[in-house]
Write a protein that binds this ligand. Structure first.
Ligand SMILES: C[S@@+](CC[C@H](N)C(=O)[O-])C[C@H]1O[C@@H](n2cnc3c(N)ncnc32)[C@H](O)[C@@H]1O
Length: 301
């Protein structure tokens, strides 16, 4: 299934996309938001798009090349970079990409990673326990599950998954891995299922959702990267530049909310969304992935 950009209209509005101005898409994914910005900031405005996942980056580059053939001016206006937004400032300096009128973060993973990457992001598939965005990094989900101490497992399940049975699950994993390494999502699922109540959370959430979220966050250092990306974004933005963040779970949203509040207190930023913007029913119907999305926006003072 192709990726449908979430909260697209709202993103464009809050970024205040105007002709001739430059924008950064910190999480390019399948390019939905980047291309939409490019359609509105021409003929001179540029977009610099970062993507940490090399396979997605390559797909995006191919797609962009096809568009460049039809419209050469686009090739002068879109800069694609295979890097993490944790390195935002370095990337901006290397590309001399200033001034910056707006930065977008559409957090999380995209459809291709869940459906086709075969890296174990989905609890609905039996795949290797990998979960890396960047395949050059050493730490994988299998490494965590098989080699981290029980206390560390318990901590990430509790902190990153908000899993109330974190201790029970950590102990069960320790027991299971003594017999045989746990190397697939299918095997992990069996262990979780055996150790969680039958009708966990009244079936509102898949029983493995919390553990999988915790593992993905830990493997990719997502929360620390987000904090760092936000700090760097604020430094890079021109005065009155906009920052827009779409998050998909409460841990991310909390980090954004706190960052905005602290900067607003220091009068360094104006919050534009008192409450987070959420998708309308029609958008959720057309794109179920949007159901937990929350958009927050702010303007640099
Ligand atoms: C929800 S998708 C973005 C979808 C995109 N807005 C679109 O419309 O196609 C999030 C993307 O961010 C990427 N990503 C995650 N962490 C990143 C990081 N630290 N730096 C850059 N990209 C990252 C993921 O690989 C994924 O492709």
């Amino acid at each position: 299934m192709a990726h449908i950009p979430v909260l697209l209209k709202e993103t464009i509005n809050y970024l205040n996309v105007q002709p001739k101005r430059n924008f950064i898409d910190a999480t390019a994914g399948e390019g939905g938001h980047s291309f939409a910005i490019l359609r509105r900031n021409g003929p001179e405005g540029k977009v610099l798009s970062l993507e940490i996942d090399k396979e997605i980056y390559s797909k995006l580059k191919n797609e962009a090349s096809e568009l460049f053939e039809k419209d050469f001016s686009l090739s002068q206006r879109l800069i694609l970079v295979n890097d993490s937004y944790a390195n935002l400032k370095k990337v901006i300096e290397a590309n001399k990409f200033k001034p910056v009128a707006g930065i977008l973060f559409d957090l999380g993973i995209c459809s291709w990673q869940i459906d086709d990457s075969q890296r174990g992001f989905s609890y609905l598939k039996d795949e290797p326990l990998d979960m890396r965005f960047n395949k050059n990094q050493e730490l994988t989900a299998a490494e965590i599950i098989n080699f981290w101490e029980v206390g560390e497992l318990e901590e990430i399940f509790r902190e990153y998954g908000e899993e109330k049975y974190s201790k029970r699950l950590a102990l069960a994993i320790k027991e299971a891995r003594r017999k045989e390494r746990i190397i697939t999502t299918g095997r992990l699922l069996e262990i979780l299922k055996k150790n969680l109540p039958k009708n966990y959370d009244k079936g509102r959430k898949h029983f493995a959702a919390r553990t999988f979220q915790a593992l993905r966050i830990a493997v990719n250092n997502e929360l620390e990267n987000l904090k760092s990306g936000l700090r760097q974004s604020w430094e890079i933005l021109e005065p009155e530049g906009r920052i827009v963040i779409i998050s998909f779970h409460s841990l991310e949203d909390r980090i954004v909310k706190i960052f905005f509040k602290e900067k607003a207190k220091e009068k360094k930023l104006k919050i534009l969304t008192k409450k987070p913007i959420v998708p309308q029913e029609e958008e959720i119907k057309a794109n179920p992935r949007a159901h937990s999305a929350k958009l927050r926006a702010a303007e640099k003072s």
